[in-house]
Ligand binder design. Sequence first.
Ligand SMILES: Nc1ncnc2c1ncn2[C@@H]1O[C@H](COP(=O)(O)OP(=O)(O)O)[C@@H](O)[C@H]1O
Ligand SMILES: [Mg+2]
Length: 332
Amino acid sequence: MPTPRQSDGQPSSATLSAAISAVGLRKSYGDKTVLDGIDLRIPAGSVFALLGPNGAGKTTAVKILSTLIGADAGTLHVGGHDLATDPQAVRAAIGVTGQFSAVDNLITGEENMLLMADLHHLPKQEGRLAAAELLERFDLTEAAKKPASTYSGGMKRRLDLAMTLVGNPRIIFLDEPTTGLDPRSRHTMWGIIRGLVSGGVTVFLTTQYLEEADELADRIAVLNDGRIAAEGTADELKRLIPGGHIRLRFTDPAAYKSAASALREVTTDDEALALQIRSDGSQRKLRSILDRLDSEGIEADELTVHTPDLDDVFFALTGPADIPNKTKENVR
Ligand SMILES: Nc1ncnc2c1ncn2[C@@H]1O[C@H](COP(=O)(O)OP(=O)(O)O)[C@@H](O)[C@H]1O
Ligand SMILES: [Mg+2]
């Protein structure tokens, strides 16, 4: 994207062409530092995914950038407006779908929409039209006159997003838009988000799902320990990781446990009874794992070798810091 030049001598810094930018964003709660100097630059019309595990600070970042809470430090611009001096203009430019639904369950979908139209001071007729159009677009026309309490999770999420779009914002924040949705509803939501972007809207989304970031985002930032551990396109991030991993799955919890202690440099998934071992994909590494399992008399029910994907990036960037050294020791 070309950087716009201004003829009037105004600074045509990168900040001005970005829909959202943050420099040195900091936020602490008491002595807990949640965001420890974050820099972001999100071009207009793109999808940006802030990826991180639970508690990483994603919602905090969304709340700050959407003016709901204040930052402790940082220069922040949204829609060309400075958050510190012009939060009102920022609010007028954005829409926010929070992690937890803003839908009022006691009233109908249509009433929820009209309430939003009122909040945006749309004239009655215009509000009705906007509500009807959005309900139609999100396939909610049939359910419009039913109480939102009767909606499925996917329908509620769609209504929530439809409500966000009432004021026709050009920048929208979606905090974990598909968490808790079944796969079909998740795909529907992805389609809706892609539709928004093709209409020129800038989307800032947070997610715990690598697959979602991979599907939707032009750029992804991985948030870990209060900092951006890596930032780039999905492909750029995948390139950061030299190798993939080997995954072992068990049906017998006892075998799973012995394997986890026999192979010390593993990432465990107790629920799936699966172990993941970082690997450069070499025959030698695979053989060393198999040898160790053999010598302990452990048999895995499934063994798969993965080439790098976003999961690997995520594990490598957000995993315990001591893993790389352990791996070296074990290989020696
Ligand atoms: N109002 C608050 N007071 C104190 N701690 C908070 C508050 N809001 C969030 N936190 C803490 O900040 C950290 C980041 O939270 P959050 O931004 O909600 O993470 P995420 O959305 O990535 O799951 C968590 O440790 C959380 O407990
Ligand atoms: Mg959150």
